[in-house]
Design a protein around this ligand. Structure first.
Ligand code: HEC
Ligand code: HEC
Ligand code: HEC
Ligand code: HEC
Ligand code: HEC
Length: 385
């Protein structure tokens, strides 16, 4: 359907300016829910401004050479308009890795600056990130191989969204006996969840593709734009009834999944407290306010509960002590008397935390792929027993 956007606007392309075009389009050509939202809110531009995609501060922090030097080639793929425009082409040539220079080698700081990944010039996920200058979508229908280790077929305009909204840490071997790392999934796991991929304890193969991805026409775009808030990209919780009939509400999926998620967190906490806490002697305590980490000696027997989280892309725990103090630390920085991490990467807790964070960061509380998420959480609880 990416092509259809192009066709609809072919006759208008001579009209100067992206925004002028958008306003003309929204007034004259666009029936349906998007037009209603625009009528009330004043156009695509102002809808976009309300969305997280317009967050330029995040682009400056995560996707510029000023803050990240050469690793802007990593984060700049999805956190900057200019980076995505370059990377989308590279992706289509079969390379989902970091942005490369014109010579095909790792991009230099000079090259990254020349394409606009600087604090002065960087743009967030703006019109040009998603649309080419002929107004087509940069990616539609199917994706090439993604950084999450799978490609997606026939999901309409949602293919664009999935190119950024994927876990980006390679494929997971579901039956691995050892995670071999403490890496957490990125916040952007929606494609993995809706396609039913990259979890432990469940033999996922291609068995869990959600109908919400495959049979809603445009997948993400159907719920978040067409039946949702247009270019605010917000899904509507009322849209369930449109497809499933009156009386069917998001809560009917979200409430039971929340229960399973809470139970999974409790099982992780219990396993940590009963099997590992007593061995803890020292933690690298991270302060979310200052972003600083300091070494703290503690008697692990004082830890009464933990909650899984991620800290700088690595799995971590928020540990509640007897006196109510909360310490946050990466798993690798929660150490015993031997100076090693108390939880080995082979313990099921590590794989369980991966699954837990996948469901949590997905942000839909099961809606994207209800049966898959239910299966994953019950299998995770079983593995922790
Ligand atoms: C070029 C990469 C990229 C593409 C393409 C992309 N997104 Fe995003 N998206 C992001 C980033 C980065 C954020 C985080 C913004 C933040 O947290 O400030 C985000 C955040 C969101 C959010 C969180 C809510 C919000 O407003 O903060 C939703 C929902 C969303 N995107 C939906 C979509 C949909 C639907 C599509 C496809 C039409 C899409 N995204 C395409 C990068 C992308
Ligand atoms: C494959 C695309 C992709 C890559 C590469 C990527 N991100 Fe993201 N990131 C996203 C998307 C999409 C979101 C928004 C997810 C959501 O809102 O659910 C996001 C969210 C985030 C957030 C959370 C923002 C918030 O508002 O909570 C941070 C921080 C972040 N990314 C940092 C980074 C850093 C640092 C790097 C490089 C080391 C990076 N990302 C690489 C796609 C990516
Ligand atoms: C995150 C990706 C993304 C961003 C950012 C984005 N668009 Fe879109 N745009 C889309 C998608 C996907 C569609 C197709 C929507 C559909 O099928 O309903 C679309 C459709 C359109 C259309 C066709 C009319 C319509 O609503 O379907 C216009 C015009 C348009 N966009 C203009 C803009 C402008 C102007 C901006 C910047 C203010 C912008 N877009 C930013 C993804 C994006
Ligand atoms: C069946 C409809 C549907 C489809 C298809 C769908 N979503 Fe969602 N999505 C939702 C609902 C409902 C929520 C929960 C919103 C809430 O609780 O407010 C949600 C939540 C999210 C969130 C977290 C919201 C936030 O504000 O942080 C992101 C990000 C997101 N979806 C992105 C996507 C992406 C990317 C795709 C495609 C891979 C997708 N969604 C497909 C309905 C859908
Ligand atoms: C654009 C249409 C559309 C929207 C909107 C939509 N769904 Fe669906 N949903 C489908 C289709 C199609 C199926 C597959 C139907 C079938 O299996 O009979 C499905 C299946 C489901 C299933 C069973 C799938 C499974 O994994 O077991 C659940 C549960 C579900 N939807 C919940 C919701 C909720 C909750 C919402 C609102 C947040 C919603 N849907 C919004 C089209 C939609």
């Amino acid at each position: 359907m990416g092509g259809s956007v192009m066709q609809r606007f072919h006759g208008l392309l001579v009209v100067a300016g992206f925004i002028a075009l958008a306003v003309v389009a929204s007034l004259s050509l666009m029936p349906g829910p998007a037009a209603v939202v625009e009528g009330a809110g004043g156009g695509i531009e102002s809808e976009w401004e309300q969305s997280g995609h317009a967050n330029r501060d995040l682009a400056v922090e995560d996707a510029t050479v000023d803050f990240r030097q050469a690793s802007a080639a990593h984060c700049g793929r999805c956190h900057a308009s200019q980076g995505f425009a370059v990377w989308a082409e590279q992706l289509q040539q079969g390379n989902p890795g970091n942005i490369t220079g014109p010579d095909g080698k790792a991009a230099t700081v000079e090259y990254l600056a020349s394409i606009g990944l600087t604090a002065e010039k960087v743009q967030p996920i703006d019109c040009q990130a998603c649309h080419t200058d002929t107004f087509d979508l940069r990616i539609a229908d199917s994706t090439p191989m993604l950084p999450s280790g799978f490609a997606v077929k026939a999901v309409g305009d949602g293919a664009l969204c999935m190119s950024c909204h994927n876990s980006r840490n390679g494929a997971i071997a579901w039956d691995a006996a050892d995670a071999r790392r403490y890496t957490a999934p990125h916040h952007s796991v929606q494609a993995d969840v809706i396609m039913g991929k990259n979890v432990y304890f469940v033999d996922y193969a291609d068995a869990y593709v959600s109908a919400h991805a495959a049979f809603t026409g445009d997948s993400c775009v159907t719920c978040h734009m067409e039946m949702g808030g247009g270019h605010t990209f917000q899904a509507s919780l009322d849209s369930c009834a449109t497809c499933h009939g009156d009386g069917y509400r998001a809560e009917m999926v979200q409430r039971p999944i929340q229960v399973l998620l809470d139970e999974t967190a409790a099982a992780i906490s219990q396993r940590f407290v009963t099997q590992f806490a007593a061995g803890v002697r020292e933690v690298g305590a991270w302060d979310p306010q200052t972003d600083e980490t300091r070494t703290v000696a503690i008697d692990g027997r004082r830890i009464v509960a933990v909650a899984p989280t991620s800290i700088h892309g690595q799995m971590g725990l928020e540990m509640t002590l007897q006196d109510g103090t909360v310490l946050s630390a990466q798993l690798a920085q929660i150490k015993g008397a031997d100076g090693k991490a108390v939880v080995p990467t082979s313990d099921p807790i590590v794989r369980a935390m991966w699954n837990y964070l996948m469901v949590l960061w997905d942000g839909s509380m099961g809606v994207h792929n209800p049966s898959f998420v239910r299966t994953v959480l019950t299998a995770t609880q079983e593995a922790l027993r």
